[in-house]
Ligand binder design. Structure first.
Ligand code: NAP
Length: 260
């Protein structure tokens, strides 16, 4: 499919924001309102009804490094902010590589990792396969590893699973031994603890995504004494990587001032 090139807004600098995270949404609101910025937000399109972003939203992959490089050039992107999820390693690699080829300034925003606190029972593992190997076969695991991650996990264990998804999972994609819960969680510690009690959860399996949205289940697990199998992040970088929106401002606004 050929993507329509949006009309350039004269006197403005076009910025590409790779989204899919709460930080990207917040950033989109700020950047779309910033004088001199013409913002394009890019989403992979994983969910049927993505949350609202400010700026012009495009949806779908670019077609690898070459596709993104072409997009940057065709759309005269002045800077690219990769605010995708810490586990979106392929997109991060592609953004770095394509921006280097297109000589487009690029930066990655990665939220800080969660750290264990007193009372946490974390089992830290490098991969999802290791996470599956870490749970006893008679356990009930609250699996928060994304659609593909849940599938990989299920292939390696006979444990029962509780999986929560934003959109309903079609019958042909359902994993055996799994109870599906649909919809966004309220995220509170009390609600997560209720859920764990209700389903007799013995373990939580989660990626170290960081951020506030997933914290509730970690605190609930701590309060209930439930072990958390924590999948560590893939390597972050190389390239310029920052952990907060203030650092993005410091980097971006001089570029906007110089280009407008
Ligand atoms: P990934 O494995 O790194 O990316 C796979 C491919 O999806 C990329 O090569 C790219 O396709 C396309 N893609 C990813 N993010 C895109 C974006 N923002 N705009 C356009 N195309 C994108 O990433 P993923 O793990 O599938 O995650 C996909 C999206 O979901 C990311 O944007 C991420 O922020 C969000 N998300 C991911 C997770 C997670 O756990 N991984 C959790 C929450 C949200 P092409 O090569 O064709 O360009």
């Amino acid at each position: 499919m050929v993507e329509t090139v949006p009309e350039a807004v004269s006197g403005r600098v076009r910025i590409l924001l790779l989204g899919g995270t709460a930080e990207a949404r917040r950033l989109s609101t700020e950047l779309a309102a910033y004088p001199g910025i013409d913002l394009i937000v890019s989403l992979k399109g994983l969910t049927q009804q993505p949350r609202a972003y400010a700026g012009q939203v495009r949806i779908g992959g670019f077609g690898g490094v070459g596709g993104l490089c072409a997009y940057l050039c065709t759309h005269e992107i002045a800077a690219c902010i990769d605010a995708t999820h810490p586990f979106a390693a392929q997109m991060a690699h592609n953004a770095l590589e394509a921006c280097a080829r297109a000589a487009c300034p690029q930066i990655r925003l990665v939220r800080p990792e969660w750290q264990p606190g007193a009372g946490d029972r974390w089992i830290r593992v490098p991969t999802i396969a290791d996470a599956a190997d870490a749970v006893p076969t008679d356990s009930v695991v609250f699996v928060a590893l994304g659609a593909i991650g849940s599938q990989l996990f299920a292939e390696r264990t006979a444990a029962r699973m509780i999986v929560r998804t934003v959109d309903p999972v079609q019958p042909e994609h359902r994993i055996p031994r799994t109870t599906y819960l649909t919809g966004l969680p309220d995220g509170s510690v009390a609600a997560e603890a209720d859920l764990m009690r209700q389903y007799g959860v013995t373990h939580v399996a989660v990626r170290n995504s960081g951020g506030s949205a997933g914290r509730g289940k970690l605190e609930a697990a701590r309060n209930l004494g439930v072990p958390v199998v924590m999948v560590e992040r893939p390597p972050i970088g190389p390239g310029r990587v920052v952990s907060d929106i203030a650092a993005i401002r410091d980097w971006l606004y001089p570029i906007v001032a110089a280009d407008s």
